[in-house]
Design a protein around this ligand. Structure first.
Ligand SMILES: Nc1nc2c(ncn2[C@@H]2O[C@H](COP(=O)(O)OP(=O)(O)OP(=O)(O)O)[C@@H](O)[C@H]2O)c(=O)[nH]1
Ligand SMILES: [Mg+2]
Length: 271
């Protein structure tokens, strides 16, 4: 009885936190994605309703130099002004290749309060880990798998020469030995089948550039194999420009809906 009461108390008084890993080859746009998220969502430690939400800075630890600051506000132009200002802030910042990790925790909220899922999106924190994508750093990624609830895999859509490497990297992630539910016993190993057991969001990034390969061509190229290999995995490929804020909120809403759906397999943390 005490157990039940305490678990109910936890569920209603605390926020659910989902841990999200941002992976992908070097130069794909992972850190740029995270920097934009920090401009679009309030920090998990900020008091509700204090600063202009879209440009409030998030709690962060990173290895990429000074944090962003901004005194821009949303004006009568609304969304377009927000869009312009966050993009121009990012363009003025020098983002260096990541060597360690960048972490940020934000309060998630639905972009459209009338979205039927908006009530489910309440009281959710998202903790992001952005890891370095250089080849020599990729063997560190699997250390984070057991703690993560979802993966964002960023693809540079302008770098067709490395699509095959993206494919191989993602397949390696999907079949990593760490994807075992519950740990050491044989039964749980069989049930997870050694395959990724969290949602995978693939972002076809840099769609603002003329040389970017579009979604249709991506899906008919090397990524078609990927989609069939990830058949049992909750996955989606979405075209975006993380620099220009194209498709960012929609992508995150897809992922959060899938994290909630997968809650039975991978319980959130309560903070
Ligand atoms: N045009 C355009 N450039 C982008 C976009 N996203 C990222 N970039 C650029 O791509 C380069 C690499 O971006 P990063 O965010 O540092 O890439 P990363 O994936 O974190 O790279 P590593 O830290 O080395 O793994 C930077 O020059 C960014 O400005 C985008 O959507 N459009
Ligand atoms: Mg980086």
């Amino acid at each position: 009885m005490f157990h039940l009461a305490s678990s109910l108390y936890t569920q209603y008084s605390k926020r659910e936190q989902y841990n999200i890993l941002i992976l992908g080859l070097d130069n794909a746009g992972k850190t740029t994605f995270l920097e934009h998220i920090k401009l679009l969502y309030p920090s998990s430690t900020a008091a509700t309703g204090s600063a202009p939400e879209p440009l409030k800075k998030s709690s962060t630890s990173n290895n990429n130099g000074p944090a962003l600051t901004s005194n821009s506000t949303t004006t009568a132009n609304g969304e377009s002004e927000e869009l312009r200002s966050t993009t121009s802030i990012l363009k003025s910042k020098r983002i260096l290749p990541t060597v360690g990790q960048n972490t940020t925790t934000v309060k998630f909220e639905a972009s459209d309060k009338h979205n039927p899922l908006a009530t489910q999106f309440r009281n959710i924190n998202l903790k992001f880990w952005d890891l370095g994508g250089q080849k020599s750093l990729r063997n560190m990624w699997s250390r984070y798998f057991t703690q993560c609830h979802g993966i964002i895999f960023v693809i540079d859509s302008t770098d067709a020469a490395r699509f095959q490497e993206c494919y191989e990297t993602l397949i390696e992630i999907a079949h990593d030995d760490s994807w075992v539910i519950g740990g050491d016993d044989e039964e749980s190993k069989i049930s997870s089948n050694g395959t990724v057991n969290v949602p995978v969001l693939m972002l076809a990034n840099k769609q603002d550039l003329p040389q970017a390969v579009d979604l249709v061509s991506l899906k008919t190229g090397v990524f078609i194999k990927l989609v069939s290999e990830l058949e049992a995995t909750d996955s989606k490929l979405i075209p975006v420009s993380v620099l220009e804020n194209q498709g960012l909120k929609e992508s995150l809403e897809w992922l959060v809906a899938r994290l909630i759906y997968n809650k039975g397999n991978k319980r959130p943390e309560y903070k």
